[in-house]
Design a protein around this ligand. Structure first.
Ligand SMILES: [Fe+2]
Length: 306
């Protein structure tokens, strides 16, 4: 069944492009507890705020009230890290119901999760583990995404993972897997450019070729972050630690992503070794400059055509 047929049968809108509420051209930042009061008081310029859903499952209390206060001034995105979309046994419905309860209150502009798994035999692990790129894993994650979207009554975005190892017996590569997930479920892609760079280094593939293999028209958001370098047996392993500024090769890849996919709403993720808010906003402004340059370049080209 193609996406068009799916649109006809679903009682909610499937992904059809980036949300208009995020089209200001201003880049978003992650909402992290040490910055929340300063954001509420100072209302710094940021395109949107992205909150980790699981941090707000307890409805009430200071963090939740801060999220609701932020919601008054910014579009909010809910980014989940614990749904385990790739779980063969299906998603945990208690977790999903908590997510739905939160979404019903917050009414986020968009919701996202990961192409990964983190739960098996009822045991959850605090990590985003890679999926084998097989038909069996594809069927499982599509089944779960459809269940999640039907429960939430909306399309979600799914994020490409960062990888440190590869399974034997892969039946497709990651861009193919992602394209099939989106075709089958009608969700969109949260393209994490840093994750592509990290995986490309660790697994030895061409990051630009990965970008070129992602179909156009499916990207609803871009993530940028800084990785950590671990030396393991004399080799550098890149870890998706969100603990540094965005590195130059990732900015280069971001520029290529904007050229391919257009001016996509972008978010800076910085979770560990958190800087002061002004430094995080500087990083977002740097992304704004890349996006403005793309729009200017496109405007010049259009003027030439006219
Ligand atoms: Fe990300």
């Amino acid at each position: 069944m193609n996406t068009q047929d799916k649109k006809a049968e679903k009682p909610f809108a499937l992904f059809s492009g980036p949300d208009a509420a995020l089209s200001s051209g201003r880049t978003g930042i992650g909402l992290r507890a040490p910055h929340a009061a300063q954001i509420i008081a100072g209302k710094p310029e940021a395109g949107f705020l992205e909150a980790h859903s699981e941090n707000y499952f307890c409805i009430g209390g200071v963090p939740f009230e801060q999220l609701m206060a932020c919601r008054e001034d910014y579009p909010v995105s809910l980014h989940g890290v614990g749904l385990s979309l790739g779980a063969a046994e299906g998603v945990d419905d208690a977790h999903l119901q908590k997510l739905k309860a939160l979404a019903d209150i917050v009414q986020p502009v968009l919701m996202s999760e990961h192409v990964s798994w983190s739960r098996a035999a009822g045991v959850a692990v605090p990590d985003l583990l890679p999926l084998p790129m097989t038909q069996e894993a594809l069927a499982a994650i599509c089944r779960n995404i459809e269940h999640v979207q039907e429960t939430l009554g909306r399309a979600i975005l799914v994020e490409n993972p960062s990888s440190y190892m590869e399974f034997e017996g892969m039946e497709m590569n990651e861009p193919e897997m992602i394209a099939r997930i989106i075709e089958r479920t009608g969700c969109g892609l949260l393209l994490d450019v840093n994750n592509i760079y990290v995986s490309a280094h660790n697994l030895g593939f061409d990051a630009k070729a990965y970008l070129d293999a992602i179909p156009q028209g499916i990207v609803g958001e871009i993530h940028l972050a800084g990785y950590h370098v671990n030396e393991v047996a004399g080799d550098d392993v890149f870890i998706d630690a969100h603990n540094n500024p965005v590195y130059d090769p990732v900015w280069d890849l971001y520029e290529a992503a904007l050229a391919r996919f257009g001016d996509i709403p972008t978010l800076i993720e910085w979770d560990s070794d958190l800087p002061v808010l002004s430094r995080l906003l500087e990083e977002a402004q740097k992304a704004d400059e890349y996006r403005a340059a793309l729009r200017k370049d496109k405007g010049t080209k259009n003027a030439r055509v006219a």
